[in-house]
Design a protein around this ligand. Structure first.
Ligand code: AMP
Length: 427
């Protein structure tokens, strides 16, 4: 088969790496890709939002299957567009991508179908939103309804902070994403990212991962796209996993089908393990990044047939095998990220680092300039290692980080800390 992966981050590198290993793959393309992806796929200079350009490419290269990585093209209807042109796609259509594209839609769906999530209200008016916040008190969570590149959520510790968030969101900073708000109950607990494939009717659970959103060690500093991740998640017992599937994931897939928006693709549930059991705080309609990188490192089975089965509605006949080992990803970012940072700084020693046993390096934002790999984004590399425990995977990943020579980059030094404490018999 000829496959096209759409996107350019660490997630897409991990997907290309898995798909390139499939015996079903003849030619693998990635649009637009990056310097690391170019080692396993042919990169083509077409933007992920250029649907005409992508459809034309699918036609000229006789593409059999398109795998869409990021949320923006999914929410904008890339799957509707390419399927109408006769190309099979992995990912939800625009109607189903609303689960991520509108937080209000997601909350209303949960309310209609009894899916456990925090209490909430929706607002299009600042005064009413502020009255509600004053009545409820803090902590409280303020969310822009639409896609805001991970910046539309404020977990406010005080009423004043929540009121300021309302003003900021209605200020126009988030464009149309901020014309409507969801104000949500603060959920206390440990966060887990849970992933499952859906073909519109059936669910195939993948695995869980935990990421690290804050930029500095000890979960301090501003939020980022994610500074590292690991899988499996020791906090997630088989009983909790079963509860997430039966109370949250399966009812969501059934609800979407019942409402005429069957969900095909990968559901990424943000779950809080609260004292009252698992509760959903967000849905994403694509793989997480960096979570996808550790899931692909752990996946033993061929990924491609599973993605095809999700598209074709035959996931019920499917099973996947996973490596027993844990996988851990340390993200290396450009100095200054998530604020201003420099592009174009040179990175070396990627090859010896990637040749360490049980290590693989995925590129999130790189470019090749004059034969050298240079940084081309905020999050630049994902350094992934496997090991018999999270602690072993962590040690190996940091060994590889030490080999990489990039004076203009940094990483957190404590990825996996919660799981490592648990493995040592701590709380
Ligand atoms: P997001 O950008 O949507 O991934 O959300 C950012 C972060 O906000 C999540 O990773 C959670 O840590 C936090 N969050 C979102 N909703 C809630 C909630 N209802 N209670 C507590 N934390 C939340």
């Amino acid at each position: 088969m000829n496959i096209l992966v759409v996107g350019s981050g660490g997630r897409e590198h991990a997907l290309c790496w898995a798909i390139a290993a499939s015996p079903l793959t003849d030619q693998l393309f990635c649009a637009p890709g990056n310097a690391g992806i170019a080692e396993v796929a042919t990169c083509v200079e077409i933007d992920a939002m250029d649907f005409d350009g992508l459809a034309g490419f699918c036609r000229s290269e006789v593409i059999d299957f398109v795998v869409v990585g990021p949320e923006a093209p999914l929410c904008a209807g890339i799957v509707d567009r390419l399927e109408a042109a006769g190309f099979k796609c992995f990912g939800p259509n625009a109607a189903a991508a609303m689960l991520e594209g509108s937080k209000g839609f997601m909350k209303d769906l949960c309310a209609r179908h009894g899916i456990p999530t925090g209490a909430y209200a929706r607002f299009t008016d600042g005064t009413a939103a502020k009255t509600f916040i004053r009545e409820r008190g803090a902590p409280i969570v303020v969310k822009a309804d639409g896609l805001a590149a991970g910046k539309g959520v404020v977990v406010a510790a005080s009423v004043d902070e929540a009121l300021a968030a309302v003003d900021e969101m209605f200020s126009g900073r988030f464009g149309s994403a901020g014309t409507s708000l969801v104000i949500e109950e603060f959920l206390a607990g440990e966060e887990v990212s849970f992933f499952a494939l859906s073909d519109g009717a059936h669910v195939l659970p993948l695995a869980a991962a935990q990421d690290h959103k804050r930029v500095f060690d000890g979960d301090k500093g501003p939020n980022t796209g994610g500074m590292g991740a690991y899988s499996p998640v020791p906090a997630l017992t088989p009983a909790l996993e079963a509860a997430i599937l039966t109370r949250i994931i399966r009812p969501t897939v059934a609800a979407m089908a019942a409402e005429g928006r069957p969900f095909k693709g990968v559901l990424f549930a943000g779950i809080m393990l609260t004292a009252d059991g698992p509760k959903l705080y967000e849905y994403n309609v694509r793989f997480g990044d960096p979570e996808c990188q550790v899931l692909m490192a752990r996946l033993q089975s061929d990924l491609l047939p599973a993605l095809l089965a999700a598209r074709d509605g035959v996931l019920d006949k499917f099973d996947l095998r996973w490596h027993r080992e844990a996988a851990l990803c340390v993200v290396m970012a450009a100095n200054g990220y998530p604020g201003d940072y420099q592009r174009g700084t040179p990175i070396s020693n990627l090859q010896p680092a990637g040749e360490l046993p049980d290590v693989v390096i995925f590129h999130a934002g790189t470019q090749k300039l004059g034969g050298r790999v240079v940084a081309n984004g905020g999050r630049v590399l994902g350094v992934i290692a496997k090991g018999p425990s999270i602690a072993a995977a962590q040690a190996r990943a940091y060994e590889a980080v030490e080999v990489i020579d990039w004076p203009d980059g940094f990483c957190r030094r404590d990825i996996g800390w919660r799981a490592v404490i648990r493995e040592r018999g701590g709380a």
